[in-house]
Design a protein around this ligand. Sequence first.
Ligand SMILES: Cc1ncc(COP(=O)(O)O)c(C=O)c1O
Length: 408
Amino acid sequence: MRGRLGRECVYVPSCRFGLFVALRHWCPPGGRVLMSPVNDDVIFFVVLAAGLRPVQAPLNPLDASIDVDAVPDELWGSLSAVLTTNLYGNPDDAPRLRARCDALRIPLLEDGAHAIGSEVGGRPVGSWGDASVFSLSKHVGAKAGGFLSCADPGLREALEKTCEDLLLPGRLTAELAYTVRPYAEAAVRGLRLRRAAWATMRMLGLMEREEIRMPLRAEDLGRAVGAAPDLTASDSWVRVDLHDYRLRSGGLRLGRIGRKLDHLDEVLAACRAGTEQLLSTRWARPGPGRAGEVGEASGAGVGGAGGSGARPVAQPLFRVPLFVADRDASIAALARRGIVVGYLYDPPLDDYAGAGFTDLSPDPDGARWFARHALPVDPLRARQVIDVLEESGARPAEAPGGLEPTRG
Ligand SMILES: Cc1ncc(COP(=O)(O)O)c(C=O)c1O
């Protein structure tokens, strides 16, 4: 990762842990952080756990990047930091955000969890911020691990020390559970027991998310916010989907993560091919009249904001948001073929959490439109998904009112 980003990196057990460390290091207590409302709720809870106030940004409805021009002047002046999301690997406009943050003398923090391999302004996502964080649970598929990188190499030791202070000791049971889990999951799949396994987990009260968003539990959250900055007080929200997020990694875990990381370039190349295929479909961008047939190259996302100039790059690589008129019907059609659509972030965080826990977006429509319409597709399954959408007669979504149906 040091080679990819050209800057110092510290290994962390999860991206969320790295983000907590970065927020604590770079933001003053009680500071205000501009972030995207179309984001994993875990990230929202990390910001709260760090003792900071989330401020929801207006978004471009076509890629969920922060709409830099739609942030009011008085809002810029109130911020302590900007946190990008780079949703699904579609980059935020880091060059312009960098310039804004420099002018305001506040830090830019980049969440690159979805964006290993993405570029913006001719540089990798994660190389613009004072700090950036990455997850190895996503592209690498290791279900553990991450990196915290920093622009100033002199900060490496201090960050390592902060991580040390916050890490919990590794447990043999957690290491063993991590090691056997893929085999257990493969067995459940092989025996076609997936439905029974879900039902049993639900019965045992082990399901943390029945809906896209986890239950907020406002009263308990209010108490956790009162105790912030404190990861322990916020543990029941921050740990969702990854209970080992702050455990020191043992040898078994590091071994598997390392082996997975060795294949990163192959994975990214395969993702790039799938992304090119998905971006050439008529669902790649909304709006009647602009829709091409499957196979017609639209060029959307190829060499756009992320283009390095030398050779156009296809992105996003983690998921490609397609825009279908009836998303629920498409999700159901895909589920019937065993394709589970994840990484949905609907409703936006301000609609989910309310003004008690976050500043609401000054212009929420773009985020709402994207959250409701985007169908995030794994580029590694591009062909299968395109076939299902074709067979089920999925129509492209209509462009949001008053918007030019173009992107990039
Ligand atoms: C945008 C984003 N950032 C960060 C994370 C957290 O990554 P990790 O699970 O490695 O903590 C996620 C998790 O899905 C995410 O979607």
